[in-house]
Structure formats: structure tokens, C-alpha cells
Design a protein around this ligand. Structure first.
Ligand code: SF4
Length: 347
């Protein structure tokens, strides 16, 4: 359990230096500890073996280091590894490692539960308990990176914020986590390899533009008219498609970063030719690079099913004929609790 002591990872390097100065330690000690925390991903003060025993004891008395722990791991036949992580207050979140020939992609969570209640999503049926701190998001990524190295000998190549929660409703922590993930004294990843996926919070999409972020953005579209979208994503009532299209254009103008759409195909709901036409219309209004068409992973609590393979194929062909850069993403990890929120829900 987390003690009442201050979380040491919430101190910047200058703040750590000040602390070490105040206890009469040399300034380089602060750098050493900072490296243990972020670069070497130590999960306890005990692990910081180049510090004296006395100093480690002092740090333990003054600070906490509430590292995220792996709680359960499920490995799919297709190589997908789904992990349930336990936070210091015993909340559970999920992270997934999705390996392909060319990529090791980590899918991470940004909140415990979610307040947006999308009708097709297992997380949407859980209450939002709290935001993840930036060090917790960082831990998820570092742990998935460790899994990638152990299972394939390769580091993570990509990170997508498509796990539990709406990243733009935990804006500050997500941006701070990405700063640490991309920093040379953190995981040193390129921001171009990171995609933040939003259900559509127009105001915060504009904020990303104002903050000149360097990572990519994906909009979970899933339905291309307001009526259908509001039916499955209540957030569309307050952030309709017109507002989202304007916000995406604002984001692109400010950053020129990649934008993509996510579109889950639901049987007899959004898989017709008319639906494809509406999707094409939206695609033409945004400088989007790609539409990811996703095969739905059905969950017990929702009425949706995945469409027949033939219907999905026809949908893809129609998009291609209309010069939409679309890719069909087969669902991975069908033999494990692969849908977002399924494994954490079990906890
Ligand atoms: S799809 Fe994303 S935004 Fe919607 S309920 Fe699930 S986690 Fe929340």
C-alpha cells in the first residue's frame, strides 16, 4: 500500500536536487536516483544498489514509490499478451502487448474505468474510479516494454492510448507520461510512434493543437452520423460530428501530426453501403491519413455482434473504390479476454 509519504516520482529533477542538498548529499545523487526512477525503472528504493544503505533507508522514510505491479497475464495463441495491472490502491487496469512481424505495439489505459459509457465497450459498463497518475501510465508502458523484450527480444515500437479510459479527460497526466516516455532519460521513444485515441472531446482536441503536441491522434468514430453515434457513444450529444471535424482540422493546422479514424464494424448497425458513404463524407472533411476498420470483439453486456466476413470485405472494397486509405484490423486475442475492460472487470 502507498504510504502517506510523497511519491518520489512526482518530484522533478531540480526538486530532487534541492532535497538532496537539504540533507547534505552531493547533487549527483539526485541524478542517480532520477535515473533509477525513470531510466532503470526501479520499483523500490532497495533496488537502487549504488546508493548507500543509509541513504536508501532515508528515502524510504521520506518518500513512497508506488510502482504498478503485474497482477495477471493472459497469452493468446496469436501472440497477444494481455496484462492486468494492480495499482497501489488495489485498482486494476489493463495493458495489451500486440506483436506483429514488424511491430511491438503497447495498448495502455489512462483511467480506472471510464465515465463515457460507450455502449459496445466493457470498460464503459464500469464506473470511472479515478485517473491514472503519469508515473502509473509510465509503469504500464515500461512493464509492457519488458514483456516485449522477454517474449521477442524487441523493444516496443508503438504505443496506443486505446485501453481503459478517455485519455483526453486525464489530459495532464497523459501528456506528462508521454513526456517521460519520449524523454532520453525515460524510455526515449519517438512521439511519432505514439497515438492517443479519443472518443471525441472537441475542446481538448483543440487544446492538443494549442500545446503543439508531437504525437498522433485517432478519433474513435464508429458511426458517421450524429443519430447513430449518439446511440452508441453518449459523448456525441455534447461533442457532435461537426464540432469534432472542426476540432480535428484545428489540431492538424496547429501540429500537422497524423490523424486517423477508428471505425468498429457492428453487424447490421454501421456496415451498410449508406454507412460507408457517410464515413467517406467525414473522411473527406479531415486531413486523415487512415481509417482503421476494426473487427468487433463481442462482450456479454452489449447487443452488438461482428459482421460476416463477406460484409466486412464488401465494406472495405467500397472504401478502396472511393480512394479511402482504410485498413481492416482483425481482432486479436480472441481466445483471451481481449476486448477492452474485460479482464479488469473480472477483478
Ligand atoms: S470506448 Fe473508450 S471512451 Fe468509450 S467507454 Fe470504452 S474506454 Fe471509455
Amino acid at each position: 500500500m502507498k504510504s502517506d509519504n510523497k511519491n518520489i516520482r512526482h518530484l522533478s529533477l531540480p526538486a530532487l536536487q534541492e532535497y538532496f542538498g537539504s540533507i547534505g548529499e552531493k547533487p549527483f545523487r539526485a541524478k542517480q536516483v532520477y535515473e533509477w526512477l525513470w531510466l532503470r525503472h526501479a520499483d523500490s528504493f532497495e533496488a537502487m544498489t549504488n546508493l548507500s544503505k543509509e541513504l536508501r533507508q532515508k528515502l524510504t522514510e521520506h518518500f513512497s514509490l508506488p510502482a504498478v505491479k503485474v497482477d495477471t497475464v493472459q497469452q493468446s495463441n496469436d501472440g497477444t499478451i494481455k496484462s492486468r495491472f494492480r495499482l497501489h490502491d488495489n485498482h486494476l487496469v489493463e495493458g495489451v502487448l500486440i506483436p506483429t512481424d514488424s511491430r511491438q505495439t503497447a495498448c495502455v489505459s489512462s483511467q480506472v474505468g471510464c465515465s463515457l459509457s460507450c455502449k459496445f465497450c466493457a470498460t464503459g459498463y464500469m464506473e470511472r474510479k479515478r485517473n491514472l497518475d503519469y508515473d502509473e501510465i509510465y509503469d504500464e508502458v515500461a512493464l509492457l516494454n519488458k514483456q516485449a523484450l522477454e517474449s521477442s527480444g524487441k523493444k516496443l515500437s508503438n504505443i496506443v492510448f486505446m485501453g481503459m479510459g478517455e485519455p483526453l479527460l486525464n489530459y495532464k497526466n497523459v501528456l506528462q507520461a508521454i513526456e517521460r516516455i519520449t524523454s532520453p532519460d525515460g524510455l526515449g521513444m519517438s512521439p511519432k510512434r505514439i497515438t492517443v485515441s479519443t472518443a471525441g472531446v472537441a475542446k481538448m482536441i483543440r487544446q492538443l493543437g494549442d500545446d503543439k503536441v508531437r504525437f498522433n491522434l485517432a478519433l474513435s468514430l464508429h458511426a458517421a452520423n450524429d443519430k447513430k453515434r449518439s446511440e452508441i457513444m453518449p459523448i456525441n450529444d455534447s461533442n457532435n460530428l461537426k464540432e469534432l471535424i472542426d476540432a480535428l482540422n484545428y489540431f492538424y493546422k496547429a501540429t500537422e501530426n497524423e490523424i486517423s479514424f477508428e471505425y468498429i464494424l457492428f453487424k447490421d448497425f454501421n456496415d451498410s453501403k449508406e454507412d460507408a458513404d457517410e464515413l467517406i463524407k467525414i473522411y473527406r472533411q479531415v486531413p486523415a491519413d487512415l481509417v482503421n476498420i476494426i473487427e468487433y470483439n463481442p462482450i456479454d453486456m452489449a447487443r452488438f455482434q461482428k459482421p460476416d466476413a463477406k460484409k466486412a470485405e464488401e465494406f472495405m472494397e467500397y472504401l478502396a473504390k472511393n480512394r479511402v486509405n482504410a485498413r481492416l484490423r482483425r481482432s486479436r486475442g480472441k481466445d483471451i479476454d481481449a476486448a477492452c475492460g474485460q479482464l479488469a472487470n473480472k477483478g
